[in-house]
Design a protein around this ligand. Structure first.
Ligand code: ARG
Length: 454
């Protein structure tokens, strides 16, 4: 079967092998390779409530966690136990009381909290110890460890309500956790913490997880929630959020909802140096793999506000803009434009700044009658390449385009096609350009056309 997109693969198939279509597995496994490589040796903190333990997909979730560990990801799991606690209290005819979504743990209930937490934890440990069902060779055994990694303190009295044995994190012993991770263990943490006076405190899962991720300078903090992610009003998942928008959404969310608790925890973690936070649905089998090993994920990803260093350009920026663009014009990578053009079209540009210095730019040229827009002049100064500025500029342009009701972005490029392809652009032809743009197309330059559906 001739296939000019993958000539080597077809040629390498021996003539006697019946050649069928490339299985969907192969390209998706290949596409995951960059993530597998990037994540090796990184620390991820994964947070889930006690509900997850009772889910039908729990064994698969555990198998996925074991898979992550076997890929060299340093895994810290933080589990909650609310349903288990609720059940035990009900059995003992005790009543759950909450203040602002936080359980009030009195002395009589503390024993039930400890018991229920231990039960949830035992279920998780048992599941993590289970050999994969289909293993034909000896399974890799991931050791699960835990310890008194949390120093706790009482919350005390809030709005006149004594929270009793409900506590807060005073300190996380990051060194001790790191020692365990160094040996390749999976670390499992519960929501019990001990104070220096030897008392036991009941903590919230989001606080334990957030403080742990911060203490470990984790690359990722991943929450499992009831919904497939943070949702738009129409029920669709918001794929990416910067911390600023995320905290706005969290403040407006119903009190003690997953989104309010987890999203604000995600924001705190990102602001304190955790690379990215992800909110993914616990009911979708394999969500964690899809989130981690595909470019667009399935849930909501939160990262630190890039608005600090991404902004629309003003007329005062023309000089700085030219200093970035001119070297690229000289190399023939960008089409030379007159200074006057920049002055006239400055409001089409976005700038990336580092410490107040302009380090990159990109422009959006909309063709609203065609529902399309051009991403033009994407450039990052030589000293700042490969630091994600290009990517963030592209995202800002995509967002601005979407806000203008545009659903297709195109680029013309002669030398950097691979960069755009890696970010979801597909090859197209001059005929795919808006008519107005076709009229301006420079056949001598022979740029390639790439498009991306937004
Ligand atoms: N797989 C990548 C990561 O884990 C990207 C995930 C993107 N997810 C999203 N919800 N937009 O960093």
């Amino acid at each position: 079967m001739p296939d000019d997109t993958a000539p080597n693969l077809v040629a390498a198939t021996p003539a006697h092998t019946p050649h069928t279509e490339l299985s969907a597995f192969v390209p998706s496994f290949r596409a995951s390779a960059p993530y597998i490589n990037a994540f090796r040796g990184q620390t991820f903190v994964v947070v889930f409530g006690g509900e997850v333990v009772a889910d039908e997909t729990f064994p698969n979730f555990i198998a996925d966690l074991n898979l992550l560990a076997s890929l060299g990801i340093r895994l810290v799991l933080v589990h909650g136990s609310r349903p288990q606690i609720e059940k035990l209290l009900a059995q003992r005819e005790m009543e759950s009381r909450y203040h602002k979504g936080v359980r009030i743990t009195d002395e009589a209930q503390l024993g039930s909290v400890i018991g229920a937490t231990a039960r949830a934890r035992a279920r998780i440990e048992a599941a993590l110890s289970m050999a994969p069902r289909t293993a034909s060779v000896a399974p890799i055994h991931n050791r699960v460890t835990s310890g008194n990694f949390i120093v706790a303190k009482p919350i005390g009295v809030v709005d006149g309500v004594d929270m009793k044995y409900s506590g807060e994190v005073r300190r996380i012993d990051g060194n001790a956790i790191n020692d365990c991770l160094k040996d390749g263990d999976i670390v499992l943490m519960s929501t019990l913490g001990y104070s220096t006076s030897g008392d036991t405190f009941n903590l919230t899962v989001e606080e334990v997880a957030t403080q742990t991720a911060i203490a470990l300078k984790a690359s990722k903090l991943i929450f499992l929630l009831d919904t497939p992610g943070v949702l738009n009003a129409d029920g669709s998942v918001i794929s990416t959020l910067y911390t600023r928008e995320a905290s706005e959404i969290a403040t407006k969310a119903p009190q003690a909802s997953d989104v309010q608790l987890y999203l604000s925890a995600a924001v705190r973690a990102c602001q304190k140096g955790v690379g990215r936070a992800h909110l993914i649905g616990r009911k979708l089998d394999g969500a964690i793999l899809q989130e981690l090993f595909t470019r667009d994920g399935v849930g909501t990803m939160i990262s630190v506000d890039s608005l600090d260093n991404l902004r629309p350009a003003t007329i005062d920026d023309v000089g700085a803009l030219l200093s970035i663009i001119e070297p690229l014009e000289r190399q023939g990578i960008l089409v030379p434009r007159a200074r006057a053009t920049f002055e006239r079209e400055i409001e089409r540009f976005f700038l990336a700044e580092h410490d107040g210095q302009v380090v990159g730019c990109a422009a959006l040229y909309p063709f609203p009658e065609a529902g399309k827009a051009e991403l033009a002049c994407l450039a990052v100064s030589a000293d700042y390449r490969r630091e994600g500025y290009g990517e963030r500029l592209m995202k800002a342009i995509e967002k601005a385009a979407k806000q203008q009701g545009i659903n297709t972005l195109f680029v013309l490029t002669t030398r950097t096609a691979h960069w755009f392809i890696e970010r979801g652009f597909k090859p197209a032809t001059v005929a795919d350009l808006p008519e107005k743009k076709q009229a301006l197309y420079n056949f001598e330059r022979n740029s390639q056309v790439y498009v991306k559906a937004l």
